[in-house]
Design a protein around this ligand. Structure first.
Ligand SMILES: NC(=O)c1ccc[n+]([C@@H]2O[C@H](COP(=O)([O-])OP(=O)(O)OC[C@H]3O[C@@H](n4cnc5c(N)ncnc54)[C@H](OP(=O)(O)O)[C@@H]3O)[C@@H](O)[C@H]2O)c1
Length: 401
C-alpha cells in the first residue's frame, strides 16, 4: 500500500465503530477515508449521513476500490464469515473481535499466508494498550518468561467498586449494566471467557503457540462475594481477574483465573475499567503497560493505529510462530507445549463439600467454616479444575494465591 491514501469499508457502527469514526476525523496526517459502513438495524437512528450506510455486506465486500476492511461487529460468527471473504478477495483486515480471532485462529493465520494479506488486531487485547505489536516486534528476540494482565475492564470495574464501596456483586453488576460498563448478558466477561480469548492471542505473539479456547482453563468473578473481597482486604490484598501465559521450565501454562495481588504488584493499583499487561523477560525484567482496556475512543484509537500501520504495509511477522512451525511441526502441535499437570495454590469458597468432589486436592493449608462462609486454602492439581468449571450452575469461587 506504501504510505498513501487508504479507503476503508467498515462493518459495524456501534461503540467501537463510532469511536473509530471520531478518532479518524481528529487524526492528523493519516490519509484514510471511510467509504461505506455496513450495519444491521435499518430502523436505528445514525449520527452521520444515511448515504454512508448499507445493510448488504456484499456492497462492501464486492467493491474493488477498498484497501482495507475494518470489522467491528458484535457477532463472532458473522464477523468470521466477513473477514474470511475479505481476505479471500485479497483485502487486508483490521478487527478488534477477540472471540472471533480466538475461536478461529488457525484458519485465520492460514488465510493470511495463503492470500498474502494482513489481518491485524491491536484493539482485541488490552483495548488501547499497544501490546500485540510490542510482543511481536519489540520483544521479538527477548526470552520472555511471562505475560499476564488485567484484560477485562468489566471484571476490574466490578471488583474495584465492590471493594471501595463495600458492595455486593449483584448490586455493582446491575449498576455497571446501567452505566454501560457491562453487557446485558455479562457471562463472557465475568466468567473469564473474554480474558481467555485475549490470553490466547497474547500467547501466540509472546510465545508462538496457537491454542484453541478449550485448551485454556477459565473461571471468573461470577461467584465472587463481598466475603471474598473482605478476605483479601484484611490481608492487604486485592482480587484481580488475570489472564496468564507463562513459561515454566521448558513448558508453558495458560489460564484465566482471579488472583490475589499484593501492594508490591504494579497491578494492585489498576482500578475500575483500566487494564494492565505485565511482561517479564530474561533481560528486560518486568515491564507493565497500563491503559483503558475498552471504550469507544480508546479502542477506536487502537484500530486507527492498525489502519495507519497498513499504510506502510505492516503485517504481523509471526516470527515466534514461524520458528515453532519449522521442520514438520504443525500449528496444532502447540498444545503439546502446554503443561496441565501441576499444583496450583487456591483460595476456594464453597457452600458444601460435595462441590469439591471432582477436584484433585493435593493438600489443605487452611480451612475455615462458619454459618455464612466456608473456604479452604489448598494445593490442587490444575488439570482437575477442568472437571468443575465453565458451568453456570457452579457456585464455587476460586482465586489463585
Ligand atoms: N466496546 C468495547 O469497548 C470493545 C473493546 C475492545 C474490543 N471490542 C470488540 O469490538 C467489536 C465491536 O464491539 P462494539 O462494542 O462496538 O459493539 P456494539 O456497540 O454492539 O456494535 C455492534 C455493531 O455491529 C453491527 N452489526 C451487528 N451484526 C452485524 C452484521 N451481521 N452486519 C453488519 N453489522 C452488524 C451493529 O449494527 P446496528 O448498529 O445496526 O445494530 C452495530 O453497529 C466486538 O468484537 C467487541 O468484542 C469492543
Amino acid at each position: 500500500m506504501g504510505n498513501k491514501n487508504i479507503t476503508i469499508g467498515l462493518f459495524g457502527f456501534g461503540c467501537v465503530g463510532q469511536g473509530l469514526y471520531d478518532v479518524l476525523n481528529h487524526s492528523q496526517g493519516l490519509k484514510a477515508t471511510i467509504e461505506k459502513i455496513c450495519v444491521k438495524d435499518k430502523n436505528k437512528k445514525r449520527k452521520i449521513d444515511a448515504t454512508f450506510f448499507t445493510y448488504d455486506r456484499e456492497e462492501i465486500l464486492k467493491r474493488d476500490n477498498l484497501n482495507v476492511i475494518v470489522e467491528l461487529i458484535d457477532n463472532a460468527d458473522e464477523a468470521f464469515s466477513i473477514v474470511k471473504d475479505a481476505m479471500n478477495n485479497g483485502v487486508s483486515v483490521v478487527t478488534a473481535n477477540k472471540k472471533m480471532l480466538a475461536e478461529n485462529f488457525k484458519e485465520l493465520y492460514e488465510l493470511q499466508e495463503k492470500n498474502n494479506v494482513a489481518l491485524i488486531y491491536e484493539g482485541s487485547a488490552g483495548g488501547s494498550i499497544p501490546i500485540i505489536r510490542n510482543l511481536e516486534e519489540y520483544y521479538d528476540n527477548e526470552l520472555l518468561s511471562s505475560v499476564k494482565g488485567i484484560l477485562n475492564g468489566t471484571c476490574n470495574y466490578i471488583l474495584t467498586r465492590m471493594e471501595l464501596e463495600n458492595k455486593d456483586y449483584g448490586d455493582v453488576l446491575k449498576d455497571a449494566q446501567l452505566n454501560g460498563f457491562a453487557e446485558s448478558d455479562p457471562w463472557l466477561d465475568v466468567a473469564g471467557f473474554d480474558t481467555k480469548f485475549k490470553t490466547l492471542l497474547l500467547t501466540v505473539h509472546a510465545f508462538g503457540i496457537v491454542l484453541t479456547p478449550d485448551d485454556i482453563f477459565n473461571t471468573g468473578i461470577q461467584n465472587v462475594s463481598y466475603d471474598d473481597i473482605l478476605y483479601a482486604k484484611q490481608r492487604g490484598l486485592r482480587i484481580k481477574m488475570l489472564g496468564v501465559s507463562q513459561k515454566v521450565g521448558d513448558k508453558f501454562r495458560a489460564y484465566s483465573i482471579p488472583h490475589f495481588v499484593d501492594r508490591e504488584s504494579e497491578l494492585f493499583n489498576v482500578l475500575y475499567e483500566y487494564n494492565a499487561v505485565e511482561v517479564e523477560g530474561a533481560f528486560s525484567c518486568k515491564q507493565t503497560f497500563v491503559g483503558k482496556g475498552a471504550g469507544s475512543h480508546p479502542t477506536g484509537s487502537a484500530v486507527l493505529s492498525d489502519i495507519s500501520a497498513l499504510t506502510y504495509d505492516y503485517k504481523y511477522a509471526y516470527k515466534k510462530l514461524k520458528k515453532a512451525l519449522s521442520g514438520n511441526n504443525k500449528i496444532e502441535d502447540g498444545i503439546k507445549q502446554i503443561e496441565y499437570d501441576f499444583p496450583i495454590k487456591l483460595y476456594i469458597r464453597f457452600q458444601n463439600r460435595e462441590e469439591l468432589k471432582d477436584l484433585e486436592i493435593l493438600s489443605i493449608e487452611e480451612e475455615y467454616k462458619s454459618t455464612n462462609t466456608n473456604y479452604i486454602i489448598a494445593n490442587v492439581n490444575f488439570n482437575s479444575l477442568f472437571n468443575i468449571f465453565n458451568k453456570r450452575e457452579n457456585k464455587l469461587f476460586i482465586c489463585a494465591i
